[in-house]
Structure formats: structure tokens, C-alpha cells
Design a protein around this ligand. Structure first.
Ligand code: ADP
Ligand code: F6P
Length: 330
């Protein structure tokens, strides 16, 4: 452990994600076990600038591992994207005796952490987002819960869609990334999966799929559409007009961000939270924790932000083949 790290802070930033509480609990308890004090910073960088800082002990994180959301609250803070805001944030940390901070959030939150590190406050990032869109890691806190929530909801839509012999477009979150849509699309057996990384905006192809499937006797047609493509309601109107088949759009929205975390999200968030506390207490800074090839690792934040992530072409092709009746010779 580093002698210069006596007190650390913890904050959650950007969109909340199920499992953030498990990560907060692990950071607090592991740091305390390392002999380091912990302060909770409420409402992300906004709360830091407003000095909304509370002491945390072992019991502050009791009874939270099973809860969705974040007990610290979260926010998006424009002021923190400015040099003055970042300097003020670092000064406030020093004023409150905070030597380092664990930041749980996405890429935007890491940029804030990078800035704090440059201003002399040690920082460690944890990947907290339902979107799975952080390049340095195969896992992000909240994705597993969100994708299971969306999958359950889509199963329900499928029931009513089949009964009424309708086409259903279900829009899932993910900002500009298609991971939630791809995973649900495969897991729900959707007939079409539209993701921003691959979609060619060929709506006629979708219309042809619907008409062909109907001829083959399919009673439903599920289209999982990613938020990054959007426009599900107008797409439904166009598809109904072109096919003559009743078409409905369902936008799942914020329900995907809530709810009790799955075992995987609780477990990984706990291990990653402890890992973040350990490396922060060792005196490391400007690192982000990830999971790759079955191992927990940490990367330089600049390096992590420069990495590119893409949907595997093989996985995407498999998703299309499984959705389409196209046996060789038929
Ligand atoms: P996420 O962390 O989920 O990607 P955002 O992109 O909204 O979510 O970022 C969360 C917060 O991180 C922002 O509201 C802002 O306070 C901070 N942030 C984002 N970008 C920067 C930046 N370039 N410099 C400093 N702070 C940033
Ligand atoms: O990053 C998580 C996420 O839920 C995205 O999927 C979505 O685009 C965005 O946050 C919505 O953010 P807000 O809560 O600001 O509407």
C-alpha cells in the first residue's frame, strides 16, 4: 500500500447501471480492509463541484448489493468538461483530504478521471454502463442485467405479436452501440436485428423478409432495433403500409437500466470494485479496470480511450443465418 493514500473518494457518473451498488460496496469494504478511509461523492462530478461529500464506513454499504441504480446518485455535469471545472474539482478533493477517486461510469466519465489525474488526484475508472461500449473490456457493469431485462420483455411482446399475427419492432437502448440489440436479437430469435455498426438502411430487404416469412407460415415477425438507429414508430408505419400486416413499435426505454442486478453483474462488479480499491491504495493513477480473456486487468486511461471496439463480423453473420430460413438447395 502507498503511504500517500490515506483517504479515497468514490463516485458514479453518466447513466446508472445495475451492479454499480455492488461495485461501490466492494470499493468501500476493500479500501477499509486496506486501512484507507473512504468518502462517497454524491451525484457524480456535479456533486463533487457542489462538495456533496459524505464519510462512508462498512455499514454505509450494507443491504445494497441486490439493489439496482446507485446509492450515490449520478449526473451528467457540463461544468466538469471545462478546465476551470476540473481544477476546481481537484482543489475540492485536496480540501476534503481525498487523495484518489474511483470513478464508475463510461467513456465520458473516464475523460473526467483523466483530467483529475492530470490535476494531481489519483484516479481509477470502473466500466459502468449497460451499453457494453467500452473498448478495453469484454464486460461492463450492468450489461448482463439490462440484456436479460430486455430479453424477458421481448419474449412477452412475442406472445402478443404471435396471437395477433403482427410484426413487432422492439427498440432497445445502447446509445451508438448495437450490443444490446445483437444479444437480444439472437437470444429472442428475432427475424431481423438492426444495429448501427452493420445496418445498411435497406428497408425493402426487411419488407421482403416479412412477406416471405408470412408465406412460409410464420405468425409473428420480431425486429429488434437498436436505439442508435431509432425511428421505430415511423419504421412501423412504413412497414405496415408496404406489407399490409399490422405492425407495432415498442420502445423499451429506461426499464432496461433498472432492476436488481444479475449474479454476474454482482460478482464481476464486486471483484472489479475490490481490484480498483487495491490499485488506488497502491498509488496507481490514470487506470481503468477491465476484463479480457477471462482475466481482470487494468489499462492506462489514454490507451483505453484510444481503443476501438466493433461487433464481430462472425457473430453478426451467425445472427442473420439463424434468423433466416435459407437451407442450401431449398
Ligand atoms: P458516460 O460516462 O456513461 O460515457 P457521459 O458521456 O455523459 O457518460 O459522461 C459523464 C460525465 O463525465 C459528463 O457529464 C461530464 O461531467 C464528464 N465528462 C464527459 N466528457 C468529459 C471530458 N471530455 N472532460 C471531462 N469530463 C467529461
Ligand atoms: O449509456 C446508457 C444509456 O442508457 C444509453 O443506452 C442511452 O442512450 C443513454 O444512457 C440515455 O441517457 P439519459 O439517461 O441521459 O437519457
Amino acid at each position: 500500500m502507498s503511504d500517500s493514500i490515506k483517504t479515497i473518494g468514490i463516485l458514479t457518473s453518466g447513466g446508472d447501471a445495475p451492479g454499480m451498488n455492488a461495485a461501490i460496496r466492494a470499493v468501500v469494504r476493500k479500501a477499509l480492509a486496506n486501512g484507507v478511509q473512504v468518502r462517497g461523492i454524491k451525484r457524480g462530478y456535479q456533486g463533487l463541484l457542489a462538495e456533496e461529500i459524505v464519510d462512508m464506513d462498512y455499514h454505509s454499504v450494507s443491504d445494497i448489493i441486490q439493489r439496482g441504480g446507485t446509492i450515490l446518485g449520478t449526473a451528467r455535469c457540463k461544468e466538469f468538461t471545462t478546465e476551470e471545472g476540473q481544477q476546481k474539482g481537484a482543489d475540492i478533493c485536496r480540501k476534503h483530504g481525498i487523495d484518489g477517486i474511483v470513478v464508475i461510469g463510461g467513456d465520458g466519465s473516464y475523460r473526467g478521471a483523466l483530467a483529475l489525474s492530470k490535476h494531481g488526484i489519483n484516479t481509477i475508472g470502473l466500466p459502468g454502463t449497460i451499453d457494453l461500449d467500452i473498448a478495453c473490456t469484454d464486460y461492463t457493469i450492468g450489461f448482463d442485467t439490462a440484456v436479460n431485462t430486455a430479453m424477458d420483455a421481448i419474449d412477452k411482446v412475442r406472445d402478443t405479436s404471435s396471437s395477433h399475427e403482427r410484426v413487432s419492432i422492439i427498440e432497445v437502448m445502447g446509445r451508438n452501440a448495437g450490443y444490446l440489440a445483437l444479444w437480444c436479437g439472437v437470444a429472442n430469435g428475432a427475424e431481423d436485428i438492426l444495429i448501427p455498426e452493420k445496418y445498411d438502411y435497406n428497408e425493402q430487404q426487411i419488407i421482403n423478409n416479412i412477406i416471405n416469412n408470412r408465406k412460409k407460415g410464420k405468425t409473428h415477425h420480431l425486429i429488434v432495433n437498436a436505439e442508435g438507429i431509432g425511428h421505430s414508430t415511423s419504421m412501423a408505419r412504413r412497414i405496415e403500409a408496404a406489407t399490409g400486416i399490422e405492425t407495432r413499435a415498442t420502445i423499451l426505454g429506461y426499464m432496461q437500466r433498472g432492476g436488481s442486478p444479475t449474479c454476474k453483474d454482482r460478482y464481476y462488479a464486486s471483484i472489479m470494485g475490490a481490484y480498483a480499491a487495491d490499485i488506488l491504495c497502491e498509488g496507481k493513477t490514470n487506470r481503468v479496470v477491465g476484463r479480457r480473456d477471462g482475466k481482470f486487468l487494468d489499462f492506462d486511461i489514454d490507451e483505453a480511450l484510444a481503443m476501438q471496439k466493433d461487433i464481430s463480423e462472425y457473430e453478426y453473420q451467425v445472427s442473420r443465418i439463424l434468423a433466416t430460413y435459407n437451407a442450401v438447395g431449398k
